[in-house]
Design a protein around this ligand. Structure first.
Ligand code: NAD
Length: 504
């Protein structure tokens, strides 16, 4: 095992080694409990450092700080233009910290260093710039009520929802944190963020940068720890008005139960089993490249990964061969090696889960065309895998595997393709590959998914709402919808009295 610690700048190494403190009320707070979790490099399996879970008292303190700053208007009463300036400064600071943040994502989050530096850090900065623009555009409406005999004036006002709990997964910790913090802060909320216990470092650094940029103390609080302890506490606490969660569908269900005490508002960005529809009239080369990228990027640990590839029978063999060739050409390797094109899965446990799905599919008689085994070395690598699934009864057809595993299935007709695409409890994303514009329109209308890409797959944009139909979630992130998710609508009706000094 070659440590990747020696490949990062000294500042990153020291940041990784800790100590790792919570951010509560604007102060870096030393945990009172003993360390419980390890920070592990998934490329090597090396334990890099450790951190403690927040106790009940520490989680309470974080929620209290958020509550206090919200109730006293410390942030929500800051003028929209000033809030915008602060968010813009956060974006600049993220870019100034590019190397550190990128290396943290590479060592702890299993992101290839090039993608981390040029994709993740850029996307996090962009989230703050985009939402800086919304701060000054949060506005209500006026309307004329129709009640006979009364002179009334109606207005609507948008107000921050209150204290927001932000709970994020590990597959893009920096970006997921930014995607929640930026709209919550644009709306004027105070927050408590709990990153995944697998990836805490970039979120902690981001918390520090928010303070440097001018977010007042206590508006953003960050606690670390397990989902069922710290995460559940945030979701159950009646002082929290809203929870914005990204993670698995099963955890999403648990949150619905936890949130019911004070009926807190919930945004749920959950799992997916997204179809990629390749029609016979597609640019097949582009479709093969796009489908391969759509499932193997970030080793398949992407919520919108195109894990079910549906191909017209006339192009089936060509697409299977093409995607398999792309899979075989990937260079599996550690994230700090710039020649690696496929990094590790996040943990040994997760690799075992991916591996057990493929093994089960094999035992169900499914053909594994390429891959299907763990990668070499101490890291949690898994080979890019292509499976042919004609029957659609196997475990790989219906379950979100969250690894570099594609099932490829043939179809005869457009109607069959659309029925297969919608044959899932999820509804997060889909892509359609075709040069026939009417077919594209029919397909985008029929697909039950929150995002449909045409002749591309998996490209996010801050202006494009993302979220799920069916069991892929509640609500949308990004665009105006994402800001609105942190706002309450208030209607105000005013009776306009006649001027007592008027004649008659
Ligand atoms: P997870 O559900 O296991 O954990 C997500 C977060 O929830 C973590 O911070 C965890 O500590 C916390 N958590 C766990 N149990 C909890 C509980 N009972 N109460 C409160 N918090 C709890 O998900 P994961 O394995 O970290 O991430 C992978 C999943 O995330 C996949 O299903 C993926 O599809 C999904 N995801 C969805 C999107 C989207 O935009 N729809 C984006 C990224 C990831």
């Amino acid at each position: 095992m070659h440590s990747q610690l020696d490949l990062v700048q000294a500042r990153t190494k020291s940041y990784i080694q800790g100590p790792h403190r919570f951010l509560i009320g604007g102060k870096a707070v030393d945990p009172s409990a003993a360390a419980e979790f390890h920070i592990t490099d998934p490329s090597t399996g090396e334990r890099l450092s450790e951190f403690a879970s927040a106790t009940e008292a520490e989680t309470n303190a974080a929620i209290s700080a958020a509550r206090r700053t919200f109730d006293t208007g410390l942030w929500r009463n800051v003028s929209p233009a000033q809030r915008a300036q602060v968010l813009w400064r956060v974006a600049n600071l993220i870019e100034e910290n590019r190397q550190l943040l990128g290396e943290l994502e590479a060592l702890e989050g299993g992101k290839l260093i090039g993608a981390a530096l040029n994709g993740e850090v850029w996307a996090a900065a962009e989230a703050f710039r985009y939402h800086a623009g919304w701060c000054t555009k949060i506005e209500g409406k006026t309307f004329k009520p129709s009640i006979p005999g009364l002179d009334l004036e109606g207005t609507t006002r948008l107000e921050p929802v209150g204290v927001a709990g932000l709970i994020t997964p590990w597959n893009g910790s920096l970006v997921m944190s930014a995607w929640k913090l930026a709209p919550a802060l644009a709306a004027g909320c105070s927050v408590v963020l709990k990153p995944s216990e697998n990836t805490v470092l970039s979120a902690l650094r981001l918390g520090e940068l928010l303070g440097e940029a001018g977010v007042p103390e206590g508006v953003v609080n960050i606690v670390l720890g397990g989902g069922r302890t710290v995460g559940a506490h945030i979701c159950e606490d009646a002082r929290v008005d809203k929870v914005s969660f990204t993670g698995s569908t099963n955890t999403g269900r648990a949150l619905i139960d936890a949130a019911k005490g004070n009926l807190k508002k919930l945004s749920l960005e959950l799992g997916g089993k997204s179809p990629v529809l390749v029609f016979e009239d597609a640019d097949i080369r582009a479709a093969i490249d796009g489908a391969a990228e759509g499932i193997f990027s970030n080793a398949g640990q992407v919520c919108v990964a195109g894990s079910r590839i549906l191909v017209h029978t006339s192009k089936f063999d060509e697409v299977v061969a093409g995607i398999s060739a792309r899979a075989d050409a990937l260079a599996i390797g550690p994230t700090m090696d710039e020649t690696s094109t496929l990094g590790p899965l996040i943990s040994e446990q997760h690799r075992n889960s991916v591996s057990s799905y493929v093994d089960r599919a094999r035992s169900e008689g499914i053909e594994v065309v390429t891959g299907g085994e763990a990668g070499d070395g101490d890291g949690y690598f898994y080979q890019p895998t292509v499976i042919i699934d004609h029957e659609r009864t196997s475990c790989v057809w219906s379950n979100e595997i969250f690894g570099p595993v594609a099932t490829v299935t043939p179809f005869e007709t457009e109607a069959e393709a659309l029925a297969l695409a919608n044959d899932t409890e999820y509804g997060l994303a889909a892509s359609v590959w075709s040069e026939n514009t009417s077919r594209v329109q029919r397909a985008t209308r029929a697909l039950r998914a929150g995002i449909v890409w045409v002749n591309c797959h998996g490209i996010p944009d801050m202006s494009m709402p993302i979220g799920g139909y069916k069991q892929s979630g509640w609500g949308r992130e990004h665009g105006w919808n994402g800001v609105e998710a942190f706002l309450e609508h208030k209607s105000i009706m005013q009776r306009v009295m006649p001027d007592p000094r008027a004649d008659g």
